[in-house]
Write a protein that binds this ligand. Structure first.
Ligand SMILES: NC(=O)c1ccc[n+]([C@@H]2O[C@H](COP(=O)([O-])OP(=O)(O)OC[C@H]3O[C@@H](n4cnc5c(N)ncnc54)[C@H](OP(=O)(O)O)[C@@H]3O)[C@@H](O)[C@H]2O)c1
Length: 240
């Protein structure tokens, strides 16, 4: 039975992927702050799910939880990092900006590092992180969120480069960059090209199984990514 950990399994993408993994026979450590939601998931699949309450902003707790899961499971095949927050914050209110950085940058990086060290030791493992199309450019309504996603993408690329340090190892890094997926995270009004959660999660899961290096979700966001990479800043400033 393969073993997986999901950070941010209480709702949205993380929860949906957790259920797909169980269907495929994985034993899954599910984490998040909202314990009752983890309890409800475990009730449905008691032998597949193990619960570990965790706030990724609490670095000491995250380290302890990660080490406890590794001790309990012995080896880990797959880690999915889906924890994240995002706020519309055009007034740059510090509380929201700080919360975003503590979760999406500091918390995420600590998890990426813990996972990388473990996989290096094991000589195998697959890290999947849910970043965002937001990683590609700045944004005046949610600056910290967009910047935090750029951080994630660049850090993940660094870890991808570092996999070559593990000679003969089977280490994989998958960077998942969604557009809009129908969860409470989808920021803003009048959202276009919103992908239903099940459909998006299925596409993500297929990319995980194929060990893709990076993937835009849904597929049509490849087009937006292409445009975002070439459009000049002055034009974005004018129209958005
Ligand atoms: N939905 C979209 O349109 C979209 C687009 C691009 C990227 N994404 C990314 O996809 C990822 C998953 O988001 P989602 O759409 O599935 O939204 P979601 O349903 O709100 O899920 C967010 C998850 O993050 C966890 N989380 C938040 N803060 C945490 C903390 N301090 N400690 C531990 N866990 C924490 C939440 O668990 P608890 O609250 O229980 O702790 C929850 O499980 C995020 O990284 C998001 O940025 C989403």
């Amino acid at each position: 039975m393969p073993n997986a950990i999901i950070f941010g399994a209480t709702s949205g993408i993380g929860k949906t992927l957790a259920n797909f993994l169980v269907e495929d026979g994985y034993k899954v450590a599910i984490t998040g702050r909202r314990l009752p939601l983890l309890d409800a998931m475990k009730k449905k699949s008691p032998s597949n799910f193990s619960i570990y309450e965790n706030d990724v902003q609490n670095i000491e707790q995250t380290e302890a939880v990660f080490n406890r899961i590794v001790t309990d499971f012995e080896t880990i095949d797959l880690v999915i990092h889906s924890s994240g927050v995002g706020y519309e914050n055009p007034s740059l209110e510090w509380g929201n900006e700080h919360d975003t950085i503590k979760t999406n940058v500091v918390g995420a990086m600590r998890i990426y590092d813990l996972v990388f060290h473990l996989f290096k030791k094991q000589k195998f493992g697959h890290l999947v992180a849910i970043s965002s199309i937001a990683s590609l450019r700045g944004n005046r309504s949610a600056p910290a969120y967009f910047a935090s996603k750029a951080f994630q993408v660049n850090y993940l690329e660094s870890l991808y480069f570092k996999t070559k340090e593990v000679k003969g190892g089977r280490l994989y890094i998958t960077d998942v960059r969604p557009g809009f997926i129908d969860t409470k995270m989808a920021l803003g009004d009048g959202i276009f090209w919103m992908t239903p959660l099940q459909k998006a999660s299925r596409q993500i899961y297929n990319a995980i199984k194929r060990k893709k290096r990076r993937v835009y979700i849904s597929k049509r966001w490849n087009l937006i990514a292409w445009v975002l990479k070439i459009v000049p800043s002055w034009l974005i400033k004018k129209v958005m």
